[in-house]
Design a protein around this ligand. Structure first.
Ligand SMILES: NC(=O)c1ccc[n+]([C@@H]2O[C@H](COP(=O)([O-])OP(=O)(O)OC[C@H]3O[C@@H](n4cnc5c(N)ncnc54)[C@H](O)[C@@H]3O)[C@@H](O)[C@H]2O)c1
Ligand SMILES: [Zn+2]
Length: 360
């Protein structure tokens, strides 16, 4: 079992990674001084696969743990579903020391995290991420949220987990598309922070795509280290944390342009990474060879680098909407070399347009 420690002022927690670590959930939670009652939140895909093991481990450690499941998918990240879950928490008599356990992908993690952040003004949260995206990204860093009909993730909080247990064995039941979605964020981590890790991803795509145990543990661990390292320096996204948004400005526009169904988040981010690299290249920040290396890694992980069929004017509109809601400036994260990025607030519109033309 690998362990990554996340050290924030006054709080510290462990991320435990490896094949089969779910069986140790109860024991790990038992060391944290939680109350006896627990609520495990999952969805109806993940629950039948992994809740028995999770509940058994928690009950063996002496917890009274109850499971509730929600429908899979983004629609469950809503205040309506949260309202029902608050009712479950009250009925089960959860008190301030009772932990909420999120067993599932990023949707369950964000939703259960939102419950934990707000129920009784905050109770302990345990993240048990089961999708690759959740293991390498959403379960780390403490952002939790539900959606509003007018926009994604608009109602939320910063609420750090007390424990994260990422069982790489769970990745075996993930669909190919969900695997690739998570891999986009993994590649992003290599690009923004670690050239050596990027090289590993270049050389080992066959092992990763075959979900070989050693490769999966390595990519989850290194991603968690990189994300945790950034969050430790800037928990509330004042500056450094922005680098985690590399590829996301165009990525969010692609997600929206495709009606939030055509491209998964990771697919949109892969296209956005391509766009951000093009902008970096046009501005003479990065070489053409770097750009080519990145495109070929993304493609080797089954990710698209162009949003064929999407309209570049429409994408530009989504980007300018983002710009308005961010108070008039977009912080573009640009690439200098693999492992080195910087934030730039002044990218001329025509350069953005040129990149959008090239990725559509
Ligand atoms: N809080 C953050 O910092 C942060 C960061 C990135 C993304 N997010 C959020 O994460 C969400 C996306 O996460 P996601 O991609 O994990 O989506 P998801 O939770 O919808 O999971 C994707 C699908 O895979 C299924 N699944 C999950 N684990 C499985 C497993 N082991 N075996 C079989 N099926 C499994 C789920 O039931 C679902 O159908 C979005 O809502 C996004 O906003 C949050
Ligand atoms: Zn992302």
């Amino acid at each position: 079992m690998d362990e990554v420690r996340v050290r924030l002022p006054g709080r510290e927690y462990g991320i435990y990674i490896g094949c089969g670590v779910l069986a140790g959930l109860g024991k790990l939670a038992g060391q944290l001084g939680f109350g006896n009652r627990m609520l495990v939140i999952s969805d109806t895909n993940v629950g039948p696969l992994y809740s028995e093991k999770a509940l058994e481990s928690l009950r063996e450690a002496g917890f009274t743990a109850e499971l509730v499941t929600v429908h899979p998918g983004e629609d469950s990240k809503s205040l309506t579903v949260a309202q029902k879950l608050f009712g479950d928490a009250i009925r089960l008599g959860l008190d301030r020391r009772s932990a909420i356990v999120a067993l599932g992908g990023g949707v369950v993690g964000d939703l259960a995290g939102f419950i934990a952040a707000t129920y009784l003004r905050g109770v302990p949260l345990v993240q048990v991420p089961t999708s690759l995206l959740a293991q390498v990204d959403s379960s780390v860093g403490g952002k939790v949220a539900v959606n509003h009909p007018l926009g994604k993730n608009l109602i939320g909080a910063f609420h750090q987990p007390r424990l994260v247990v990422a069982d790489t064995a769970a990745l075996s039941t993930l669909s190919e598309r969900e695997l690739s979605t998570g891999l986009a964020e993994v590649v992003k981590h290599g690009i923004i922070a670690d050239a050596h890790f990027f090289e590993f991803l270049e050389k080992n795509h066959a092992a990763v795509m075959a979900r070989e145990e050693a490769a999966m543990t390595r990519i989850v661990r290194r991603s968690c280290e990189i994300k945790a390292g950034v969050v430790e320096q800037d928990e509330k996204e004042s500056h450094l944390r922005m680098i985690l948004n590399f590829g996301h400005t165009i990525g969010h526009a692609v997600e929206a342009g495709g009606g939030f169904g055509r491209y998964s988040h990771g697919e949109a981010v892969a296209i956005g990474i391509h766009g951000a690299c093009l902008i970096s290249h046009y501005l003479n920040f990065c070489s053409e060879q770097t750009l080519r290396r990145i495109c070929s890694v993304l493609e080797s992980y089954g990710l698209p680098i162009r949003a064929q069929g999407l309209d570049q004017d429409e994408l530009a509109v989504f980007i300018s909407r983002d710009k308005k809601s961010l108070g008039g400036t977009i912080s573009w994260v640009l690439l200098k070399d693999i492992g080195t990025v910087s934030v730039c607030n002044e990218v001329p519109d025509e350069v953005v347009r040129r990149a959008l033309r090239a990725v559509t």
